[in-house]
Every structure is written in C-alpha cells, then in structure tokens.
Design a protein around this ligand. Structure first.
Ligand SMILES: [Mn+2]
Length: 227
C-alpha cells in the first residue's frame, strides 16, 4: 500500500500512533509531503526516525526549505540557540514557529546535525505515480497553474508556497495530493478532515493546531486519522 501524510509539524505522538496503526511492511511506501518540523517540539525526532526507514519517501515543505541554510550555519558553529535570530533567515525561521526545532537541532551531536542536513537535502520536490489504476501528483502544495503548462516548468518555490484553486480540476486523469493549507481554511466543511473534491486531495488537517493527523491510502483512497 502507498500512504501519504503531510504537515507533521513536530507532532511526535500523532506520528507514533500512525506508525502503530499502519503496517508499513516492505512493500508499503509512506510519502511525507513536507513540513515535518516547527510548531510542535518533535520535528527533529520525527526526522531522525523517518531517515531510518527505507520505505519513507520525503518531499520538501517550506519549513524544511527555510531552515536548511540556518541549520548549516549552526552545524558550522556560526550560530547557536542564543544567536540564531540575528540573521534574517534565522529570524524568519523563529517567526515561523521554529524555536522548538532550533532547540532540538542545537542539542544534537555534530554528526547527527550533518545527518539531518543531508537527509533534508535528499528530499524530493514532487512525485508522480500511478497506484491501482489512478494517477497521482504529490507535492507540498501547488500554484494555481495552467494545466497546459508542463508540471516540470512549475518553479520550486511554487511547490512550497503556491495556493491552488481547489475548485478547479487541473487534470481529469490525475489526483493532486497536497498539504500546506489546513483543510478548514480551504473549506470549513472539511475542518480537521481530509478534503477530496475536484481531483484535489488536501491532507493537511491542521494536526499542529489540535486537529487529528490525516493520512490517505492511495490504493483505496481510505482516510485514516490519528489523535
Ligand atoms: Mn507548508
């Protein structure tokens, strides 16, 4: 089975309950659609667990992208927990609820800091695959793009910060699975729940804001929730 989850945002307990509930055997794949870190306290611990699993496919979110350069400065000894906010990028990371991640990252050994940086640098931007006869596009988010435009022409930042029009069917033969925007902000009728409509599957239920962590099985389109 292929599963997708996004915006874990440091919610370690909900992530552990997902691992307890889903089998994730050798033939299973778990896609992570970005924003593992920040807001909650467990982002670094989740990353360390994800990197130990061969069947996890991580894609990058805006929070990983924003933090990467700052993590490198910390690993190089050019910043620490006290001074990280003195650069623009560091200040922006803290403003993005990065403080729990900064603290956990600074507490790692230099070798583990390097492992986390290398792991984030290995993250994909998007993926496309067919599962059980359905075609899927997976990325952290999407821009409101012209479907006639090849997907590889969409810029990197648009996959991190874009806002698709969820009322628009971009391609009738493809389901677009994205996170980034809590579903309650897209359509209040779906608050705390996965939104499936118009060939969009929006899976960020807002786990960091007290909602369950949503997970979708791409084989069956079955939804799973973890409190
Ligand atoms: Mn995001």
């Amino acid at each position: 089975m292929v599963y997708a989850v996004s915006d874990l945002h440091g919610c370690l307990g909900k992530y552990q309950r997902l691992l307890d509930a889903l089998p994730l055997g050798e033939t299973d794949t778990l896609y992570i659609l970005g924003d593992v870190i920040d807001r909650g306290a467990g982002g670094i611990e989740i990353l360390l667990d994800l990197m130990s699993r061969a069947n996890v496919k991580p894609l990058i979110g805006n929070h990983e992208s924003l933090s990467l350069g700052v993590m490198k400065r910390i690993a190089a000894g050019a910043a620490d927990e006290q001074t990280v906010g003195r650069t623009k990028a560091g200040a922006l990371w803290l403003l993005s609820d990065g403080a729990p991640t900064v603290r956990a990252f600074c507490a790692l050994s230099p070798g583990r800091q390097r492992d986390v940086i290398d792991y984030i640098e290995s993250f994909g931007i998007y993926d496309e695959l067919a599962v059980n006869g359905r075609r899927f596009h997976l990325s952290h988010t999407l821009p409101d793009y012209d479907p006639g435009r090849p997907i590889h022409d969409v810029g990197f930042l648009e996959f991190l910060y874009g806002e698709p029009d969820y009322t628009k069917v971009y391609a009738p033969d493809t389901l677009f699975v994205t996170g980034h925007t809590p579903t309650g902000l897209i359509d209040p009728a779906f608050a705390g729940r996965i939104l499936q409509k118009n060939h969009h599957i929006a899976i960020d239920c807002g786990a960091a804001f007290g909602n369950p962590l949503g997970c979708i099985c791409l084989d069956t389109l079955e939804e799973f929730y973890f409190e």
